[in-house]
Design a protein. Structure first.
Ligand code: SAM
Ligand code: SF4
Length: 325
């Protein structure tokens, strides 16, 4: 079984948002003081999530990433991870987190079948970290070291690069990742929600960052496991791999293999578009497994050919944390 959209792209990957809440306020993602969250009774419960993911796996999806908001704010997340990792056909269960609570939960997550994680970290300068996120860097480094200690591997660090904010922190991040054996990935800022649009003032193409690094290090092409669109290089003579995720300067829509499920059961076909399909009411009205499979097949055909971040940066009004980043 496979899930093919109308542009002949095979959907193999689902990003599952388990909450729209977050304990940080990265300025490009969520506004300071934001509290317009969804009601928890509208969140899919674990039984409902498991039904939807089981349907996707029947249709050929083999990779699921837990995300949010901050997924570690969802109570009993390791219980959900355990249930999902037991589903036949699901080969790759991973997690995106800000790591504030990773120190506490890393072992349980690993035991539950999560083998690899992505952690957002835009700087290793504590003052700048506070400015960007309103949080404390120390918690993140504690979480990262604990994740490494329990054997989560690889640990990929996602750094959103912003001109005049953290573009000069790239070299320090390279040193940090080299020292700890983490993979470093750079991401271009996207105009998602007003917060993302405000951050566009700081947009910088990753080409410039790559050229700068190439003056200091010898960079050789590399490959890295994972279901995403990053292009990788390796720093010669070291184990450090660096990934470039370039939704703006060089979009990768023609090979897009993913859809996103929000905490409230809305299936979003594209991060940069409003195309969506609501599943929650169908689940609560008792839809059968075979009808659910069919609904998902039909919904996939709503997936647009490409995002329009460059042509229509005003288009996406919801914040990244609502869709599931
Ligand atoms: N809270 C978790 C975290 O921060 O990793 C998971 C959710 S977060 C929304 C997922 C990713 O989206 C993070 O790597 C974050 O940096 C990225 N992100 C959020 N808003 C963005 C924007 N406007 N442009 C580019 N990346 C963004
Ligand atoms: Fe929270 Fe992640 Fe958004 Fe930062 S990027 S505010 S950690 S959801």
């Amino acid at each position: 079984m496979s899930l093919i959209d109308q542009y002949n792209r095979e959907i193999k990957y689902l990003r599952l948002s388990v909450t729209d809440r977050c304990d940080l306020r990265c300025f490009y993602c969520m506004p300071k003081g934001f509290d317009g969250y969804e009601e928890p009774e509208d969140w899919l419960n674990f039984d409902e999530i498991e039904r939807v993911i089981a349907s996707f796996t029947r249709l050929g999806v083999s990779a699921v990433r837990l995300t949010g908001g901050e997924p570690l704010l969802r109570k009993d997340l390791p219980v959900l991870a355990q249930r999902l990792s037991a589903l036949p056909g699901l080969d790759d269960l991973s997690l995106s987190t800000n790591a504030t609570r990773l120190g506490k939960h890393a072992q349980a997550l690993h035991n539950a079948g999560i083998s690899r994680i992505n952690v957002s970290l835009d700087t290793v300068n504590p003052h700048k970290f506070k400015d960007i996120t309103q949080g404390k860097l120390e918690k993140i480094t504690t979480g990262l070291l604990q994740a490494k200690a329990v054997g989560l591997d690889p640990i990929k660090i996602n750094m959103v690069i912003m001109k005049g904010v953290n573009d000069n922190d790239v070299e320090a991040m390279v040193d940090f990742c080299m020292e700890h054996g983490f993979t470093l990935r750079f991401i271009e800022t996207m105009p998602i929600g007003d917060t993302g649009r405000n951050a566009l003032d700081h947009y910088i193409s990753l080409d410039i960052i790559e050229q700068r690094l190439a003056e200091k290090y010898q960079l050789i092409p590399a490959v890295m496991s994972g279901a995403g669109p990053a292009r990788y290089v390796q720093v010669a003579g070291t184990d450090l791999k660096i990934g470039f995720i370039t939704p703006i300067s060089q979009h990768f829509c023609d090979t897009c293999n993913r859809v996103r499920l929000s905490a409230t059961g809305t299936l979003y076909m594209c991060l940069g578009d409003e195309h969506k399909y609501e599943l929650r009411h169908l689940l609560r009205e008792g839809i059968s497994d075979s009808n659910l499979d069919q609904v998902i097949r039909d919904a996939i055909n709503l997936k647009p050919l490409k995002h329009e971040f460059n042509e229509k940066p005003e288009k996406v009004v919801r914040f990244m944390s609502m869709t599931g980043g």
